[in-house]
Design a protein around this ligand. Sequence first.
Ligand code: HEC
Length: 254
Amino acid sequence: MRRVLAAIVAAIGLASAAAPAWAAGETPKPPAQRWSFDGLFGTFDRGSLQRGFQVYKEVCAACHALNQIYYRHLTQIGFTEDQVKQIAAEYEVTDGPNDQGEMFTRPARPSDRARRPFANEPAARAANNGAYPVDLSLVVKARFNGPDYLYALMTGYTDPPANVTLPDGMNYNTYFPGQQIAMAPPLQPDGVTYADGTRATVGQMARDVTMFLSWTSEPEMETRKRMGVKVILFLLVLTGMLYAVKRKVWAAVH
Ligand code: HEC
């Protein structure tokens, strides 16, 4: 038994010695942020969601699609139906065929999918130096530590260290795996003008767009958490009642 234990301890020791603590060029862990949607009672911050939508619409939508989102979904983040109609109507979509068998364009309606910036992947790559701007609707779920990673990515652009030469069209970002990213820093101070007067610093826009893309990744999060709390409360009450019944049933025996 002792020998087995010793072997296990040695194996663990070897394994940890073999892993380099901090290899050069390794991607650091994104710093942990506090989010209003953390935890059992977490909710999305409505103001931040709407500002984040504005950042997506005015900045990211030039390159990134949001395939899971239809305009009508925006009522869930606090826009009225009329506002959603107005937002949708800013875009043109192709519809048809009409009676003559031809396709035509019309203003988008709330029932339309959020407009994609490119017709297809080759077109998107051709416009982006060969790199592909991913669909953003699920990206927060698709990355480890999604919200913290997205925030770190948005704020993580720096000059490359002296020993690194970047290929043309590449940018240095501390938190992108490999540090070389084809996306130029998308957020510039005051890149958008917020309707509610919030100052549009890079950090603020990064927070807001992360809030918004966390919502697109899991619009049902608030319902899910509320349901979880209800189920736990129900189970607590049920446990209490079962215990009372058990005491009553067994009372005569004791
Ligand atoms: C001018 C085009 C352009 C704009 C504007 C832009 N991006 Fe990108 N984005 C790209 C390209 C190209 C890539 C692929 C980068 C690569 O693979 O090196 C990318 C990649 C990404 C990724 C994926 C990173 C990963 O881990 O794979 C995220 C997330 C992202 N962008 C978020 C955003 C957000 C949020 C905005 C708006 C604030 C935005 N982008 C604006 C072009 C753009």
